[in-house]
Design a protein around this ligand. Structure first.
Ligand code: HEC
Ligand code: HEC
Ligand code: HEC
Length: 433
């Protein structure tokens, strides 16, 4: 009896212990899985996958965003784990191949509008975490992909293999000997997941970026992207951002606003909102450390964009002068006084806390590229970050093309380098873009 009792209870005890260890193992595995998914979510932030793969914010990653190619638009695809319309049946290897080579399991080669020439540098570790996130951390959404706006034979994708052969430098980032871990992390982020060159590096005839790292010419030397200009962000003191401190660069990426330097509008504002402002301070600092070493490219500028201008005093004269007596040359100043001065100050000095930026020492005004300034006036600025909520109203319905042209030329003369030369026609083109 007694021995039986012991045998049974020992057996039960062993089974219980076994069961407990099974539970613990399963718990371990699910904790590990949850950690991987969380890490993948962070990687997706650094790579800003949401930027191109989301059109409706209630349907994250369901795709459908048009992207212009010379022959017409293509559309970003559904990358939720939906099995029919998304990437739910991708294996890890297939997912890796999309990021490294731009090749999908069933559609063949992708256009490099998907920045795989940058993502190719992502490490296996980060791609695995990203995969776990897309498979287990993203809601599946059933939404069919849109076909391109152009037709056969332009839809044939095999020529993209030749593109890859000519331009794709495939493979994970290799840390540079002799550089610090921080520099290498920064280089990795800038060249790989954060793909700064997609917007900031000028492109060649086949839409390839002229350089994919600091060893090539014109790397990050400035490029047009849709109707915006992504400035030269090399370390050149005058044409680039050589005069920005590392802390200022961190602040720009985190908040989108650095007093006396510039603010992030357009696609940069979106990248700050969705990607950079969610990155750790350590990662942002690593980016800044690397950016300070990107070889300088000078475009003939003799002073930095942010260095131009001083407070103006037109408001004193115009305040005392009835509008009917305005000279034609007063138009821009008048438009400024009536529409902008309430926030940016009558002398263009901005608000004391810098929330409303100054018009002088502002990179969007101290340049001869007028697109960014006009886009800001037409559409305003809207940017939400964990630390800040920024809103400038749009003036597209309040101001005519003539008003905006006069305003931009006034801002350029009063607060910039004086050579914007905007015509109503160029405002109209941007308005209709
Ligand atoms: C700059 C825009 C852009 C960004 C950023 C971007 N993608 Fe894409 N992606 C595209 C476009 C455009 C396509 C479709 C290209 C085509 O049809 O040739 C695409 C296609 C894909 C596909 C292929 C889906 C299929 O089976 O057809 C996957 C997977 C994908 N992207 C994943 C990602 C992931 C993961 C990220 C973030 C690491 C990301 N993308 C970031 C633009 C982007
Ligand atoms: C999706 C496109 C895009 C990406 C990706 C992007 N940028 Fe930008 N960037 C822009 C545009 C457009 C502007 C101009 C913004 C404006 O004028 O309001 C800009 C402006 C800037 C400026 C301000 C320059 C000045 O003189 O005012 C800095 C600094 C900058 N970007 C750094 C970076 C870094 C570093 C990365 C990568 C971590 C990056 N950007 C990624 C589009 C982009
Ligand atoms: C209601 C307040 C308000 C008014 C009115 C206003 N702005 Fe702004 N403006 C802002 C805010 C807020 C920002 C964003 C600051 C930031 O990015 O952190 C901004 C940003 C800017 C920038 C920098 C944008 C960039 O991307 O670099 C310029 C240039 C500018 N405004 C010009 C104007 C002009 C010209 C007018 C008049 C037509 C005007 N603003 C009217 C509030 C205002």
């Amino acid at each position: 009896m007694a021995s039986n009792f012991w045998r049974v209870s020992l057996g039960v005890g062993a089974m219980a212990a076994l069961w407990m260890s099974g539970v613990a193992a399963a718990e371990d595995a699910s904790t590990r899985q949850a950690e991987l998914v969380k890490r993948g979510e962070y990687v997706a932030r650094t790579a800003d996958c949401v930027a191109c793969h989301t059109t409706d914010h209630d349907k994250p990653f369901a795709g459908g965003l048009p992207m212009g190619l010379p022959m017409g638009n293509i559309y970003s695809t559904n990358i939720t784990p939906d099995k029919d319309t998304g990437i739910g049946s991708y294996t890890l290897e297939e997912f890796k191949r999309v990021l490294r080579e731009g090749v999908t399991p069933d559609r063949g080669n992708l256009y490099p509008a998907m920045p795989y020439p940058s993502y190719t540098k992502m490490t296996d570790d980060e791609i695995e975490a990203l995969y776990a996130y897309f498979m287990h951390g993203v809601q599946p959404i059933h939404q069919e992909n849109k076909a391109p706006d152009f037709y056969w034979p332009l839809t044939i994708r095999w020529p993209l293999k030749i593109w890859n052969w000519m331009f794709l430098d495939e493979g994970a980032y290799q840390p540079k000997a002799g550089q610090s871990d921080e520099w290498n992390r920064g280089a990795y982020l800038v060249q790989g997941p954060a793909h700064c060159g997609t917007c900031h590096t000028p492109r060649g005839l086949a839409m390839q970026e002229r350089a994919y790292d600091e060893t090539g010419d014109e790397y990050l030397a400035g490029a047009d992207i849709a109707s915006w200009h992504a400035f030269n962000i090399t370390s050149d003191i005058n044409s680039g951002i050589g005069g920005w401190s590392a802390d200022e660069l961190v602040q720009y990426l985190k908040d989108g606003n650095v007093r006396g330097k510039g603010q992030a509008g357009g696609q940069m504002g979106e990248a700050v909102e969705h990607s950079f402002s969610h990155m750790t301070d350590a990662d942002l600092h690593a980016i800044a450390v690397y950016m300070k070493t990107v070889p300088a490219v000078n475009d003939g500028d003799t002073r930095p964009r942010y260095s131009y201008g001083a407070p103006g005093d037109d408001f004193l004269r115009l305040r005392a002068q009835p509008v009917a007596q305005d000279a034609a040359s007063d138009r821009g100043a008048r438009v400024y006084l009536e529409n902008c001065a309430a926030c940016h100050g009558p002398s263009g000095q901005g608000s004391p806390d810098g929330y409303y930026p100054s018009m002088f020492h502002n990179s969007v005004i101290g340049t001869d590229y007028h697109n960014n300034l006009i886009n800001v006036v037409l559409d305003g600025v809207k940017r939400k970050t964990p630390g800040n909520d920024v809103l400038m109203p749009a003036f597209r319905d309040e101001l005519s093309d003539e008003d905006i042209a006069a305003l931009a030329n006034y801002l350029s003369q009063q607060f910039g380098r004086g050579d914007m030369n905007v015509t109503p026609k160029s405002v109209k083109a941007l308005r209709n873009d």
